[in-house]
Design a protein around this ligand. Structure first.
Ligand code: CU
Length: 354
């Protein structure tokens, strides 16, 4: 299944080996310990011991930041868990209990930084012709070229970088690199060094742009190792992004008569993927779901291939990795608690499903 690969992706980013659980006990007016060291991917569990009422609220005491967490904890709901996201790497996250903050009920979570030279692909978007492949040395090779029409000139690769990342640019025409919160510079051949932060490698020319480069990591999405794919080749458009820990891919093509799409998956172990497609899709190794029906398919261990098997229009969406768990399916109105309002919503929807 793809679950182990997803886990590997997360862990490889933070270079920590196995994720840890760290427990913090919640007393009447204190957190014990009040300061912890964690890595991205670790899980922090707060356990209720005494006192009432408490919250686990991120922010600088005593103002909630609204970013990481804001949960109630009490004898009836005695645990709160939080998995440290990759985006918290290198940060100190302060938190407090809202009713008892003035009495010094505060805590801090120190998140270790990711290893220098690692990165995560946050988003990728292109139209035109893309050849992506994993290289034998564990890196990845990207080759993209727009076609002559202006609407086929899109290339955007959003990278989050930790430390210092070197990209070998083999060819570049009409390309630039935009650093979020910084400047934009043109891309030329040679070694391009990116430092910690967000960077977007993008096509800057409306007439013609192309780029070929190599990255040290082998994943076309997510953190920079443990590739899910060996190869992606498409004439048309490609888009992928990490959503809730799953990587969503979308491939479309409209080049009649031309080879449009080949994707070679390489799974460490058997897994599942959600997919939707229409057009003409073939596969070696994967038993496809029905055309134009959202379906779950089994992706076997080892390599398997998805390809455009005909001509004309083509559209494939595929999501790899575990779907996000619904932490509280009875919380119908989504306010964070299960109560009378959830019951009223249920009763209000009583009757046959339309
Ligand atoms: Cu409290």
């Amino acid at each position: 299944m793809l679950r182990p690969m997803t886990a590997m992706l997360t862990l490889a980013l933070s270079s920590v080996g196995l994720a840890d659980d760290v427990t913090v006990e919640v007393y009447a007016t204190s957190f014990e310990p009040d300061e912890i060291d964690v890595q991205p991917g670790d899980t922090v569990t707060w356990t209720y011991i005494s006192g009432y009422p408490h919250t686990i609220t991120s922010g600088t005491p005593c103002t909630a930041d609204g970013i990481w967490f804001d949960e109630q904890i009490n004898s009836g709901s005695p645990t709160v868990t939080w998995t440290v996201p990759d985006s918290a790497a290198g940060m100190e996250i302060d938190y407090f209990c809202t009713p008892h903050c003035a009495m010094g009920m505060t805590g801090a979570i120190n998140v270790a930084g990711a290893e220098s030279g690692t990165y995560a692909v946050r988003m990728f978007d292109c139209t035109g012709s893309l050849e992506w492949s994993a290289t034998s040395d564990g890196g990845s090779s990207w080759q993209w070229g727009g076609s002559s029409s202006a609407d086929s000139q899109i290339f955007q690769l959003a990278l989050e970088v930790w430390g210092s990342l070197e990209i070998e640019v083999l060819s570049a025409t009409g390309m630039s690199c935009y650093t979020v919160g910084g400047s934009t510079s043109g891309i030329s051949t040679g070694t391009m060094t990116l430092t910690s932060g967000y960077h977007v490698i993008t096509s800057a020319s409306a007439s013609y742009a192309s780029i070929g480069f190599q990255l040290p990591g082998g994943s076309p999405a997510g953190p920079s190792s443990a590739p899910l794919w060996d190869e992606i080749s498409i004439h048309g458009s490609a888009h992928w992004e990490d959503r809730d820990g799953r990587v969503h891919y979308e491939f479309t093509g409209d080049y009649p008569g031309l080879h449009q799409f080949i994707g070679v998956l390489n799974a460490a172990s058997e897994g599942t993927a959600d997919m939707f497609w229409y057009g003409s899709l073939g596969s070696v190794g994967i038993t496809l779901s029905s055309e134009a029906e959202e379906g779950s398919v089994v992706v076997p261990a080892g390599t398997s291939e998805l390809m455009d098997a005909g001509t004309g229009m083509f559209h494939l969406r595929i999501a790899l990795g575990d779907p996000p768990a619904d932490p509280c399916p009875s919380d119908i109105d989504g306010d964070g608690t299960v109560g009378i309002n959830d019951l009223l919503e249920l009763i209000g929807a009583w009757g046959p499903c339309m």
